[in-house]
Ligand binder design. Structure first.
Ligand code: FAD
Ligand code: NAD
Length: 400
């Protein structure tokens, strides 16, 4: 009897978990030995981190145990991957070395500070459940401190957000939901709260039309957010952000400073592969990498350039999940000795929430705003949970 192939999946984010979720339904124990390695024993919904960071959702609501969605014939190992040796076909982890016949790398994203001075030390990053929890606690602590102190420091009620990409905008939306609750809880005059978003580009959310951007800006401004666009952040220090205005440096002060201005793939990518840029490696059309027909890289660690195009797809959960499903299919082809299939991304649209009651989006080519967009975002969030964990998980964690 031929030896069972070892399929090793690294990372239980959208990409890795979707791969395993599909594989475990289609392959039996006899077909392959499937191992999933992740540094935590839980999966977190990265797409909900802005909510956990603002405190509009508790950090526990953002995660669920990996065990609850994998079947018995999948081996789950809680460990941190420390090295991928692509030629020796071995992966080193904090819990030992694992060899593989087929590898799926889905190690996801990290915050990218572009080497900006002081950013790592002085600003929070929306990166994972721990950082999200810290941000939410810090914001509340500052309100409590303001309320309790005799010499009021107005900067306790000032929040700076770097970047008005999707993460920055969605976080601002949640903040505008959270602030009235905190002001009420700590007896703070809400008009004293100052939320400022600093964006380097002259226009935010360039992939959206002026109509959608204007809706997002006016909604957030009407709820107290001030935007400073065309204003690059050049440093961060203990006071706040240092920005450049007309070639002159200015310091914007706040006691809560959040950097939400970019992501990169896992640092491990540069250490493990060649030709990696900002943690992302260009994949072939079937999602394997050049020279390695048995190594798939998917999700935020990958840069997939659709045939005939020049730029890679953006890094989104929607793409990571579709890639996970596709890789599961290609692994079965490899196990049967069949040729792999090329990946085609089906773009169903993008929705950005502006808190719980508003949003903007482009869905199947149609623009939506307001409550409709907020509702659609909840549908998308619930669908992602359902696709990995089925009805039971959707019932527990879905946003109904
Ligand atoms: P991840 O979700 O980052 O998962 C990687 C997994 O690998 C994690 O479980 C991590 O713990 C684990 N891991 C990492 N390193 C190691 C290691 N060394 N050893 C072991 N395990 C490791 N996209 C959308 O499509 N729609 C949205 O609405 C949306 N909203 C977003 C909101 C926010 C606030 C953010 C930050 C991003 C959002 N995105 C959204 C983007 C989306 O979250 C990412 O594209 C998606 O998470 C990528 O999935 P992934 O599986 O590649 O990586
Ligand atoms: P991003 O790269 O999309 O946006 C970062 C923003 O920060 C940009 O507008 C950029 O101009 C700005 N910026 C960069 N450097 C700056 C500086 N020095 N000073 C001031 N501004 C600066 O990053 P993101 O918003 O974190 O999104 C990451 C990925 O996740 C994207 O692919 C995005 O599509 C995806 N995402 C999707 C959703 C959604 O679909 N609802 C939500 C969040 C994130």
């Amino acid at each position: 009897m031929a030896e069972r192939k070892k399929v090793l999946v690294l990372g239980a984010g959208y990409a890795g978990l979707q791969t395993v979720s599909k594989l475990q339904k289609q392959l039996s124990e006899e077909d392959a030995h499937i191992t999933l390695i992740n540094k935590n024993d839980y999966h977190y919904e990265s797409t909900w981190l802005h909510e956990a960071s603002a405190g509009t959702l508790s950090y526990e609501d953002v995660l669920y145990p990996i065990d609850s969605v994998i079947k018995d014939h999948v081996e789950f190992v809680r460990a941190e991957v420390t090295k991928i040796d692509r030629n020796a076909k071995k992966v080193e982890t904090t819990r030992g070395i694992f060899d593989f016949d087929i590898l799926v790398v889905g190690l996801g994203f990290e915050s990218e500070t572009f080497g900006i001075n002081g950013m790592k030390e002085h600003a929070f990053q929306i990166e994972n459940v721990h950082t999200a929890r810290k941000i939410a606690r810090h914001i509340e602590d500052k309100f409590a401190n303001y309320a309790a102190s005799k010499t009021k420091d107005d900067n306790d009620l000032a929040i700076l957000v770097g970047g008005a990409g999707f993460t920055g905008v969605e976080f601002l939306g949640e903040l505008t939901d959270r602030i009235p609750e905190l002001a009420n809880k700590y007896g703070v005059d809400q008009s004293k709260v100052k939320i400022t978003c600093v964006e380097a580009a002259p226009k935010m959310l360039p992939m959206f039309s002026d109509n959608l951007v204007n809706h997002a800006v006016s909604y957030l401004e009407s709820r107290g957010v001030e935007f400073k666009v065309g204003t690059p952040i050049v440093a961060a220090n203990e006071k706040g952000f240092v920005v450049k205005v007309n070639d002159e440096e200015q310091t914007l002060e706040a006691n809560t400073v959040v950097w939400a201005a970019g992501v990169r793939g896992s640092q491990l990518m540069e250490k493990s592969f060649e030709g990696v840029k900002r943690g992302r490696i260009v994949t072939k059309q079937d999602l394997t990498i050049e020279g390695y027909d048995d190594i798939f890289v998917i999700g935020d660690c990958s840069a997939f350039i659709p045939e005939g195009e020049e730029r890679p797809l953006p890094t989104t959960a929607q793409i990571a999940m579709q890639q996970g499903e596709h890789v599961a299919k290609n692994i079965q082809h490899i196990l049967k000795g069949e040729p792999t299939e090329n990946f085609t991304y089906v773009d169903r649209g993008t929705v950005a929430s502006l808190g719980k009651h508003d949003g903007v989006g482009l869905v199947y080519g149609r623009e939506i705003t307001g409550k409709k967009a907020a509702f659609m975002k909840r549908v998308i969030d619930t669908r992602a949970i359902f696709k990995i964990g089925g009805l039971g998980l959707a019932y527990k964690k879905g946003k109904f």
